[in-house]
Design a protein around this ligand. Sequence first.
Ligand SMILES: Cc1cc2nc3c(=O)[nH]c(=O)nc-3n(C[C@H](O)[C@H](O)[C@H](O)COP(=O)(O)O)c2cc1C
Length: 389
Amino acid sequence: MLRFLTSGESHGKGLISTIEGFPAQVPVDVDFINADLRRRMGGYGRGLRMKIESDQVDIFAGVRNGETLGSPIAFIIHNRDWVNWTEVMSVEPNPEGVRKRQVTRPRPGHADLVGALKYQFKDMRNVLERSSARETASRVAVGAFCKLLLRELGIQVYSHVISIRKVRISDELLDTVSVDLIPQIESSELRCCDPALDESMKATVDDAIDRGDTIGGTFEVRAAGVPPGLGSHVHWDRKLDGRLAQALMSINAIKAVETGSGLDQAPMGSKFHDEIFYDDEKREFYRKTNRAGGIEGGTSNGQEVIVRAVVKPIATLKRPLMSVNLHTKEPFKAQYERSDTCVVPAAGVIGEAMVAIVLVQAIQEKFGGDNLSELQNNLESFRERVRAM
Ligand SMILES: Cc1cc2nc3c(=O)[nH]c(=O)nc-3n(C[C@H](O)[C@H](O)[C@H](O)COP(=O)(O)O)c2cc1C
């Protein structure tokens, strides 16, 4: 089953990733992977770093003649900014260089202090370099490989922004989101499916920039074409919703996750549940609503899988909050380092990657497949068995 490891510091030479357990003979479209990396770099409200970088995968192993080999896939994403950090990030001992960009005033809401306490560092740059969301570029590339596989199985993963601070799309629109809205979402700098909200969302970001503040929001990831039967009700760690929640929660700055309309269910009462119907022609069970987000009993039910996540405001502030100097224990304003103002659209793209990774793992668990066509056959024969029930 697919697993992956990422390594790399934010201002190091680059990010190195290895994917293991990926099926053989999946067509690899490098432009598609690089396009996803560009999508992660975008979104209104990003900082200067994203203007410096131009992320691309440099594939070293596991792909030959445009197809995966079933062997480990290895790739690097080079950090262009590294040339400006060679002394500070030196692999060889370089005490003078290391002193230059020491971090001693932890930012509330960031990993600085907890990381220093845990690993016992006097310089919190040692934490910041890895806790930075730069690492998520690796995950987006791994997720893009997974999307290429899912595409071959008729599954499409997409995301959109539901809210930026208090500006939120209407519930009516949210209920009608589908793959048909992808062109609108992709053309919006805020990845919002309501063109009427683009300007007010931008104004909210601009206002935060002017005030030296940062803002959060919510995004939704959807997967269309998911078969029923992924995950299971039989054991806690096999539940698909639990696995998706963990994967999304692992994204930097995500503070809450829901499946479907989970957070809105209380006032709805039992109307929350999606009634079951049967289409004789298609020989398929279906629902007219999808408040469960396509998952019941920890198992996909054949509807679109829908998960939502809440992104907190970024912790690095031009007008910093109070903190304490790690060495002197004196009260100080927290450290400021070049930073983003709003990352909700980018977080949605990272969310797509995490959802794609979990879906591939769940698919491999159910349908096996060392090879793409073997996997396709197994999936199709399962769909037929379900239709014949
Ligand atoms: C796409 C993206 C970009 C981010 N950029 C920044 C940033 O520029 N500055 C910052 O302080 N935090 C940024 N973050 C958030 C931090 O990485 C995150 O808050 C930190 O690692 C602590 O983890 P936690 O918020 O999950 O507790 C970003 C997060 C994402 C998803």
